[in-house]
Design a binder for this molecule. Structure first.
Ligand SMILES: C[S@@+](CC[C@H](N)C(=O)[O-])C[C@H]1O[C@@H](n2cnc3c(N)ncnc32)[C@H](O)[C@@H]1O
Ligand code: SF4
Length: 394
């Protein structure tokens, strides 16, 4: 009779029986103008961006990282920013060819590119498709000219409409980013934005509550924003309108039709792995005995210089075993469907005993529900998500 080996978990150890799916994130850090609410690693660059040097740096960065992901296939690529659509289609084609030559991509791999309507030209968007991009994510934010001016966007509503129409015609799947609770926005204006977005029957919508982030122009000179009650009415309207339009809210801010969820973001939320290359990019990589987080040099010139010298990573550290339950919940509880319990052990390398007591407490408080092997936030848990996630801090 054969017996399977018994795994004994040492407290504080990380033991992964298998490695999770791997995604690739590529950061392109420049924008035409910095939006006053934005705290992403994006830098104003009104003229031509140093495209070729940056692409050289990205590939040097990738090559230096290859030993850490040896033999693994990539399930999704996300080219984000900044404003990646500032790069020429030929530049994106070169990037994807260089990536494919070094990393095996799964057949049918989702390849998303973030595009700003301010960079819209018909032929340009088509050429991104020809370069291998499978999914366009368009940063619309609002279809209202006054709102767009109030949040300092470089484009107007006409350009937003043209960009979305082109994405719909040229791509099998696409996403529209909207924000709500904008300065001075009324419920009627939000409904008008939803009317405009839903008229394109988008396969995917991301709708974010505008937040005032520290060290942004809005933090220094805050605009008058809708109060909490109005913002909450807006979220109710968003939930109702998207639902009746056939979009499912599968994550806090993400709404999709069947078959159009974002594979790349899902992998983050399911605590998968991602290699992040480019200025300031973050990465999370698993190994049989540890989980590592990395950050690249943030400032673009410094990044290019260091990446070309084979030193793109500015900080790398092992995640402590005690931090993993919270890190997992920070992602998995954002999903409406929650997670399978077995996935917790598989992705964190921690035994279920690490979360048992907290799960029970959250169930008693009506914040979490269990259905068989699945665990998810209740509607109340979703409303108090950060408090719920914080319960898993060690
Ligand atoms: C990484 S940004 C990049 C998208 C692209 N650069 C653009 O803005 O057109 C992705 C999305 O995050 C959202 N976002 C950015 N800053 C935000 C903030 N302070 N509050 C809420 N949403 C924000 C916007 O909807 C934006 O389209
Ligand atoms: S275009 Fe996007 S990334 Fe660039 S500054 Fe505006 S919000 Fe930030």
């Amino acid at each position: 009779m054969s017996t399977s080996p018994i795994r004994i978990h040492r407290p504080g150890a990380v033991t992964l029986a298998s490695l999770p799916p791997l995604s690739l994130y590529v950061h392109l850090p420049w924008c035409l103008r910095k939006c006053p609410y934005c705290d992403f690693n994006s830098h104003e660059h009104p003229g031509e961006v140093p495209q070729e040097r940056y692409l050289d740096a990205l590939i040097a960065d990738l090559e230096a990282a290859l030993p850490q992901v040896w033999g693994r296939r990539v399930i999704s690529v996300f080219i984000g920013g900044g404003t990646p659509s500032l790069f020429s289609p030929a530049g994106i084609e070169r990037l994807l060819a260089d990536v494919r030559a070094r990393l095996p991509l799964e057949p049918g791999c989702e390849i998303t590119l973030e595009a700003n309507p301010g960079t819209f030209e018909r032929e340009r968007f088509r050429a991104f498709r020809a370069a291998g991009v499978t999914r366009l994510s368009i940063g619309v934010q609002s279809f209202d000219d006054a709102m767009l001016r109030a949040i300092g966007r470089v484009h107007d509503a006409g350009q937003a409409r043209a960009a979305v129409a082109e994405a719909r015609d040229a791509f099998d799947t696409f996403n529209v980013d909207l924000m709500y609770a904008l300065p001075g926005q009324t419920l009627a204006q939000l409904h008008a934005d939803l009317d405009a977005a839903l008229a394109f029957a988008p396969p995917h919508l991301s709708i974010y509550h505008l937040t005032i982030e520290p060290n942004t122009a809005f933090a220094n000179a805050p605009p008058a924003l809708p109060d909490a009650d109005l913002a909450s009415d807006m979220l109710d309207a968003i939930a109702a309108r998207t639902r009746s339009d056939g979009l499912q809210r599968y994550e806090v801010s993400a709404f999709a039709r069947a078959g159009h969820r974002c594979a790349h973001n899902l992998n983050y939320w399911q605590f998968g792995d991602y290699l992040g290359i480019g200025a300031g990019a973050h990465g999370k990589l698993s190994f049989p005995d540890r989980i590592v987080r990395q950050v690249r040099w943030r400032e673009p010139s410094m990044y290019m210089q260091r990446a070309l010298a084979g030193e793109a990573v500015s900080n790398e550290h092992e995640v402590r075993a005690g931090e993993l339950p919270f890190e997992f919940m920070l992602n998995a509880l954002r999903l409406a469907e929650g997670f399978e319990l077995a996935r917790f052990a598989e992705r964190t390398g921690q035994p279920l005993t690490a979360i048992d007591a907290t799960l029970e407490r959250a169930i008693e408080q009506g914040l979490i529900e269990r259905a068989g092997a699945w665990v998810r936030a209740t509607p109340r848990g979703f409303d108090f998500l950060s408090d719920l996630q914080a319960m898993f801090l060690s």
